[in-house]
Design a protein around this ligand. Structure first.
Ligand code: CMC
Length: 389
């Protein structure tokens, strides 16, 4: 009771009007600006999809080329940010470093506190989008103490990110044998590009809501994006992709699956099956479906880890046929399937959530822009039901 609607976790509160992303949780449908994600992932580049989210339409071939060039051009980081990396210890989680570096961008680009200028507004968005994979790759290299690699403007966004993770300083290393060189295959670029597209927006999820909330106070846009990174890191949200992989490794063998399913069902055990369940999808997650198809397609080509795949498959089968999961509408979500593919791309586990950040950045930027352009927008300021004395 009380004067206000009590809605913990905002399960039934619409916080805004939006034209960006549509989800039908009953029918497993997800659309960006009217386009079904199955018609976008793997069919349009991640940068074109980013343009679509931010500008409302897919770019013409010329606009696409210009956007791509502009993103390459803006990919460099001020050297001051590199000194910030140096202040952080070995073993720092790349998400912590990314949050700090994105926040620090506000110190380098002060002008964006005043964004009446349409061009400044668009440049601000392109700048963050361009720098995010660079920040992520440098955060990783810094965490393991390898020399930082600068972005290569001759490479497309997604290829450049793989390059920055893998490259040996001072040139190419070709002859170390399988898995020990920095060669980047087109199939790897395409797979990662599709994964980024599937993460690009998801309407008012926790991190996007955070970006909008911080944006609603008129805070600097880069600070709003940094707060999105913080919200995404949690294991109930983007951090789940890292935890899924930890969990598959913990299960270790198909024969142990029933034990962990039982733990997940035990109401006295806090253990949850990571990569299962979703606030909006009480039916299949269309992003997971698309990723599963991609996984099947790439099984041979990318030499996916068959042991991990077998465990994942057994977990999925056990959960899907179990009443506990059925009654609650718990299906595998996007985070359940991304890990096996990312592992085949030789991406370290601690980079899974940073990849979610790179993918979600255009969504955050589109949502932040929509908020700013919405004449009805107000500072986010919910009320409470006071239960003290
Ligand atoms: N394993 C076991 N039980 C679960 C799970 C799970 N993964 N997820 C939900 N439940 C149970 C939960 O205990 C509750 O049972 P009961 O009604 O008996 O109390 C019921 O299902 C409803 O769960 P909830 O926590 O009230 O649902 P929610 O909408 O608040 O939470 C969720 C959604 C995604 C946080 C949750 O399903 C979860 O923690 N999943 C595991 C983490 C995960 O995979 N997160 C990634 C989400 S997709 C990527 C993204 O968009 O970030």
């Amino acid at each position: 009771s009380g004067m206000f609607t009590y809605d913990p976790g905002y399960t039934s509160t619409a916080s805004c009007e939006s034209k960006i992303t549509f989800i039908d949780g009953e029918n497993s449908e997800l659309r960006y600006r009217g386009y079904d994600i199955t018609d976008l992932a793997g069919k349009h580049s991640f940068l074109d999809v980013s343009y679509l989210l931010m500008r409302g339409k897919l770019p013409t071939p010329e606009a696409s080329k210009n956007f791509d060039l502009e993103i390459r051009h803006r990919s460099f980081l001020n050297e001051g940010i590199i000194r910030l990396f140096e202040a952080l210890p070995d073993g720092a989680h790349p998400m912590a470093t990314m949050g700090a570096a994105t926040m620090a961008l506000a110190a380098f680009y002060k002008d964006h506190l005043h964004l009446e200028d349409e061009d400044a507004f668009k440049m601000m968005r392109r700048r963050i989008l361009a720098k995010m994979p660079v920040i992520a790759a440098m955060a990783y290299r810094n965490s393991i103490g390898t020399p930082l690699i600068y972005p290569d403007v001759n490479r497309y966004f997604t290829e450049n990110f793989l390059y920055m993770l893998r490259a040996y300083p001072g040139g190419r290393m070709k002859y170390l044998g399988d898995g020990k060189n920095d060669e980047i295959k087109q199939v790897e670029i395409d797979a990662l590009d599709a994964i980024l597209t599937l993460h690009a927006d998801h309407e008012q999820n926790a991190s996007t809501t955070t970006v909008r909330n911080v944006g609603s106070t008129e805070a600097h846009p880069y600070v709003a994006i940094a707060s999105g990174i913080s919200a995404l890191w949690g294991s109930a949200h983007g951090g789940a992709n890292e935890k899924v992989m930890d969990q598959l490794k913990l299960i270790g063998d198909v024969k142990n699956v029933p034990t962990y399913i039982a733990k997940a069902k035990d109401r006295n055990d806090p253990f949850r099956l990571m990569g299962f369940g979703h606030r909006v999808y009480k039916n299949r997650d269309p992003r997971a479906e698309t990723l599963k198809a991609l996984q099947d397609k790439l099984k041979e080509e990318l030499n996916l880890d068959s042991k991990l795949l077998d465990i994942a498959h057994a977990v999925e089968q056990a959960a899907l046929s179990d009443d506990y999961f059925k009654e609650r509408g718990l299906y595998p979500n996007i985070d359940f399937y991304s890990g096996v593919i990312l592992t085949a791309l030789k991406i370290p586990i601690e980079m899974f959530t940073p990849i979610f950040v790179i993918g979600r950045t255009p969504g955050w930027l589109a949502q932040w822009s929509e908020l700013k352009q919405d004449p009805k927008h107000k500072i986010a300021r919910p009320r409470q039901l006071y239960t003290g004395n």
